[in-house]
Design a protein around this ligand. Structure first.
Ligand code: GLP
Length: 262
């Protein structure tokens, strides 16, 4: 696992955006580049930078196909807290990605099980995900894979924990009851099957989750810890999120990144 520590959120976002652009630009077709994407406040800086780079002609999304991580059950596309709305508002509407290349789970699907199985099938048909970018929750959940979700899980229906509903209530008038209780989400296994995984971890509130992801054991208590078994996982984080890492761990990853640049 690589842990790329940047001074602040802005620098972390620039680093991650440049890494994604480099991966897209070095990809050789005809198969499209398959990119997994998250919602949340963590990726907003990356989306802003990717939009800038797309407008500046440094990257094109015309040969990119995207798969989003998750969607609330019961919110339609027009709901301003649906992840469909979030992604269009903050990213898709501003880049040259064809609408037909966008894949998002439908939280209004009549048959959620079929919706999720079809999603997995489509990812497989395209040859898998080349790079999955993600964020994590304060309890270490990856996508909506809450503590105790199997580390082998595939796309399916998830029940949100009370903790997550409280954290996400900031977008629902601070009322946890208004946060949907269920979501459709890719599985931990869906994420770790990707050729590369890039997880953004920023801010003091994520310090415990970062320490568990990097230093804790692999455990379903912290589903993000599954990354330890991935051959090509990168965590891009800011200084604020490093507060609970051991000093030696922190220094080790700074040293490794310094020597990689030589
Ligand atoms: C939600 C999403 C996750 C996301 C998490 C963190 O629960 N389902 O995919 O990683 O929020 O969000 P934020 O980046 O706003 O802290």
């Amino acid at each position: 696992m690589r842990v790329v520590i940047q001074e602040n959120y802005e620098k972390m976002s620039i680093w991650a955006a440049e890494h994604i652009v480099c991966a897209i630009n070095s990809h050789r077709g005809p198969r499209p580049f398959v990119l997994g994407l998250p919602t949340g406040s963590s990726p907003l800086g990356v989306y802003k930078k990717l939009i800038e780079m797309n407008k500046a002609g440094k990257v094109s999304f015309k040969n990119v196909v995207t798969f989003n991580m998750d969607e609330y059950v019961g919110l339609d596309h027009d709901h301003d807290q649906s992840y469909w709305y979030f992604m269009h508002e903050n990213f898709f509407n501003h880049i040259d990605l064809p609408e037909r290349n966008i894949n998002m789970l439908n939280g209004m699907a009549e048959d959620p099980e079929k919706e999720c199985a079809d999603y997995e099938r489509k990812i497989a048909l395209l040859g898998g995900i080349d790079l999955f970018m993600g964020g994590i929750g304060v309890d270490g959940h990856i996508a909506f894979n809450e503590p105790f979700t199997s580390l082998n899980s595939r796309t399916g229906l998830r029940t949100l924990t009370t903790d997550t509903r409280i954290v996400n209530s900031r977008f629902f008038g601070n009322d946890p009851e208004k946060v949907p209780a269920y979501a459709l989400s890719v599985g931990v296994g869906t994420v770790t099957d990707s050729k590369e995984v890039l997880i953004l971890i920023n801010g003091h509130s994520k310090a415990r989750a970062l320490a568990q992801t990097v230093e804790g054991g692999v455990s379903q208590m912290w589903t993000c810890s599954a990354l330890q078994l991935h051959k090509n996982a990168i965590i891009a984080c800011d200084e604020a999120a490093c507060g609970e890492l051991k000093v030696d761990t922190y220094k080790y990853f700074l040293d490794v990144e310094k020597s990689e640049r030589i």
